[in-house]
Design a protein around this ligand. Sequence first.
Ligand code: UDX
Length: 449
Amino acid sequence: MRVTVFGTGYVGLVQGTILADVGHEVVCVDVDAEKIARLEQGIIPIYEPGLEGLVKENHAAGRLRFTTDAAMAVAHGDIQFIAVGTPPDEDGSADLQYVLKVAETIAEHMAAHRIIVDKSTVPVGTADKVRKRVSEVIEARAKAGEVSAELTFDVVSNPEFLKEGSAVADCQKPDRIIIGTEDAHTVEVMRELYAPFSRQHEKIIVMDVKSAELTKYAANCMLATKISFMNEIANLAERLGADIEAVRQGIGSDPRIGYHFIYPGVGYGGSCFPKDVQALIRTADGIDFDAKVLKAVEARNAEQKTTLFAKIRDHFEGELAGKTFAVWGLSFKPNTDDMREAPSRVLMEALWEAGARVQAYDPEAMEETQRLYGHRDELTLCGTKEAALKGADALVIVTEWQSFRAPDFELIKAQLSQPVLFDGRNMFEPARMAKKGFTYYSVGRLPQG
Ligand code: UDX
């Protein structure tokens, strides 16, 4: 089938590539000419395991093409994906200008029936807005005699559920494929498009457009709620002298609760949870509904991002000026270089504010850190995790990269001026850390040593 994807960010590039990989003819469009030129050379703008090879392979096979030519792209695909960004407005609601601009572009160039698919995470009601914008443009073109007023189209909500770091695998083996439309022809076409991904088990769930739009927000907000809930219980455990890791296993064993997404930590970050929780709160506000649970989820998360700093401040009795901290892990989670809403940023900024220095290391996010904070004198970017330790007053682990799981503790002790470790991800056993001679702080467990 012929497919066009507008937007070569995480969602668009991964979806386009995976569709090409099963044999569809995919054209990816972006307004950023440099990005397109680089993609043509196989240079991927994001770090995502497995993506580069697939892009190169499918591009070489001619099934995956990149262009800035919107007219060609609209002529190509019977299905037109909108996968552009929906950044938060100043008030936290999703900014739809890019989505609507693409809708307009499709309407300006289409000459035959098109299925327009909202892939970006968009508030409930966006499909209606896209539909309206497309109709207006077609009407104007029909008046000018360019196209027939009978030109038809449908707008579908088909939200994406991929996770950064496993985006390729998530897209290849989705848990579910949500198709929001009331049009029988569209359902048929979308079923055919996704048939390769829905073989062994039926993955496709068809519903009305608004329910599909809300499903995406409900899924992310539920996951964010689980995390904030666990962080709240972790705070309680710390104060009560309980061990959150024991509690986590104790409750996770109940299949109604489950083990997933109940890891306490330094708060959720990334491009989705913070933005989507906020956007749904704004949607609720917009219809005079007070989303009490979501507001609490957001507030707990904002506070949780400050807890590591509070532990550091308390340990050093507020004397942070002139101290140096080794920070391991800067991306918002492992296997990505993404630092959007990353807890590491809140921590580092608080340390700087208090007059401390940071020696930072991350397996993938060094370039991004340089871009964000390269101008700061109080930051040293280190080439290895060991280099970051040299002469530091304590080690702080913010992201649970695999390569941090079994570090050389003797070396850490030798390099730090004091053996103090603040662990925002509960990577180690407190008792074992105490035995190794560390003063060890973690989340939801009593400090040791
Ligand atoms: C998320 C959703 O998982 C995905 O389905 C959706 O399409 C986009 O948003 P992503 O933002 O890539 O994906 O990351 P995810 O792996 O879900 O982690 C989000 C944040 O939650 C990270 O900061 C992570 O550290 C944190 N987290 C996750 C916890 O603190 N505890 C947990 O138990 C799980």
